[in-house]
Design a protein around this ligand. Structure first.
Ligand SMILES: Nc1ncnc2c1ncn2[C@@H]1O[C@H](COP(=O)(O)OP(=O)(O)OP(=O)(O)O)[C@@H](O)[C@H]1O
Length: 341
C-alpha cells in the first residue's frame, strides 16, 4: 500500500514538461503515465518575450489538452518565486503561471538534474559507448555536459531511489600535466586568476583553448567559433584545430575521471550537452579514455567504469518524463521548488 509520503510526491496528469536552456526551449505534454509524450517543436527563447508567451503560442494554442501540472528544468539556480534564467532574459514565475494557465502544481528543477534523471534509465539506443567497462546496475552515475557552459550532476543510488546531485562542478580547477600543457596554459584566458574546467570545456572554452595553442605556437588564429574549430579539426584540414580537439578530449577525460572518482560512478559517466555528440569521432580516439583511466592508484577500477555520449535528442525532457511518471523512484527534494494551489 502506498504510504502518505508517496501520495505527496505524485504529480497529477496531464503534465506539461519543459527544458528551458539559454538558447532553446523544448516542451511536451504527458497525458498519462503510459502514453508517449506529445512533443512540440523546439523553439528559440529569443523569439519570445516571456516563457508564458512561448507556452501559450507554441504549446497550449496547439492542443486541446489542458495540463494540470508543470515540471520545468531550467539553466540556472532555482531560488524564490521569481527565477531568472542564465543567458536568457526570461523569468519563471510559478505563481503567476498557475493563475494564467490554471495549473495546480508547478515544479522547477535544474537542467542538469533533469539530465541526471535521464541517465537513470536511458537505454542503449540512446547512448554511444566510448571505451570499455560495463554499467553496473544500481550504482552511482555522473552526467557531464560541455555546451554553452559546463554542466555537472551526480546521480546516486541509495535506498532503492535515484538521487540527482546537481552542483557547480563545472567550476572545479583544471591544471596542466604534460610539457605541452605547460606551454599552453599560460596563454589561456583565466577567470579570477585560475583555470576552471569551464574555461576550456564548453563552446567558448574550446575557442579559448584554440587561441592559447595558436599563441604558444606564435600562429595567427584562423577561427573564432567552436563549430569552425570542430569542422577543421574533424576533417584534419588544420593541425592546430585538430590539436585543440585532441586536447579538449584529453581534458574532458581528465575531468570525467575525477568526477567518476568522487562519485565512485560504477554506473558510468554520461556526456551530454551540445558538443559531445558533435565530436564523437574525437572521443573515440585513445586520448579521452587514456586520460579518464590515468588515475593512479585506481587505473584498474577506472578501466571498468564505462563512459558514453548521450545521443537522445531530448534527454532532459526524457528525464523529466521519467520523474513525472514515477516520482517515488527518485529522491528529488522539492522543498522551495514546488508550488501548489
Ligand atoms: N559543431 C559544434 N562544435 C563545437 N561546438 C559547437 C558546435 N555547435 C554548437 N557548439 C557550441 O555548443 C554550445 C551550445 O551548447 P548546447 O547546445 O548544449 O546549448 P545549451 O547550453 O544546452 O543551451 P540550450 O539548452 O539553450 O540549447 C555553444 O557554445 C556553441 O557554440
Amino acid at each position: 500500500m502506498p504510504n502518505i509520503m508517496d501520495q505527496e510526491a505524485i504529480v497529477h496528469f496531464p503534465i506539461l514538461i519543459g527544458d528551458i536552456g539559454g538558447t532553446n526551449a523544448r516542451f511536451a505534454i504527458l497525458v498519462d503515465a503510459f502514453a508517449q509524450p506529445k512533443e512540440f517543436p523546439i523553439l528559440a527563447t529569443a523569439d519570445f518575450g516571456s516563457i508564458e508567451e512561448a507556452i501559450q503560442v507554441c504549446v497550449l494554442d496547439k492542443t486541446s489538452v489542458q495540463p494540470r501540472a508543470a515540471i520545468f528544468a531550467i539553466a540556472g539556480p532555482v531560488d524564490g518565486d521569481e527565477i531568472q534564467l542564465t543567458n536568457c532574459p526570461w523569468v519563471v514565475r510559478p505563481k503567476q503561471m498557475m493563475k494564467d494557465f490554471f495549473l495546480d502544481d508547478v515544479i522547477v528543477l535544474n537542467d542538469f538534474e533533469a539530465q541526471a534523471l535521464a541517465a537513470a534509465s536511458l537505454d542503449e539506443q540512446h547512448r554511444h559507448g566510448i571505451g570499455g567497462g560495463a554499467i553496473e546496475a544500481n550504482t552511482s552515475r555522473v552526467v557531464l555536459g560541455p555546451g554553452t557552459g559546463l554542466g555537472v550532476a551526480g546521480l546516486v543510488y541509495s535506498n532503492h531511489n535515484w538521487i540527482p546531485v546537481p552542483g557547480e562542478g563545472g567550476h572545479i580547477d583544471l591544471g596542466p600535466r604534460t610539457d605541452r600543457d605547460f606551454a599552453i596554459f599560460p596563454h589561456l584566458e583565466a577567470i579570477g586568476g585560475r583555470i576552471s574546467a569551464e574555461q576550456i570545456l564548453c563552446g567558448s572554452g574550446m575557442v579559448n583553448l584554440y587561441r592559447a595553442i595558436c599563441k604558444a605556437d606564435e600562429v595567427k588564429p584562423a577561427y573564432s567559433a567552436p563549430h569552425e574549430i570542430t569542422g577543421a579539426g574533424l576533417d584534419g584540414s588544420d593541425p592546430l584545430a585538430a590539436e585543440t580537439l585532441s586536447l579538449f578530449a584529453t581534458f574532458l577525460g581528465r575531468v570525467a575521471g575525477d568526477l567518476a572518482l568522487v562519485f565512485m560512478a560504477r554506473g558510468g559517466v554520461f556526456l551530454s550537452g551540445g558538443i559531445a555528440q558533435k565530436i564523437i569521432p574525437v572521443l573515440e580516439k585513445p586520448e579521452f579514455r587514456a586520460a579518464f583511466e590515468d588515475k593512479a592508484p585506481h587505473e584498474e577500477m577506472m578501466r571498468s567504469i564505462p563512459t558514453c555520449v548521450i545521443t537522445h535528442p531530448l534527454a532532459a525532457l526524457f528525464g523529466l518524463a521519467s520523474f513525472a511518471r514515477t516520482p517515488v523512484r527518485f529522491g528529488v527534494a522539492t522543498e522551495g521548488r514546488r508550488w501548489r494551489a
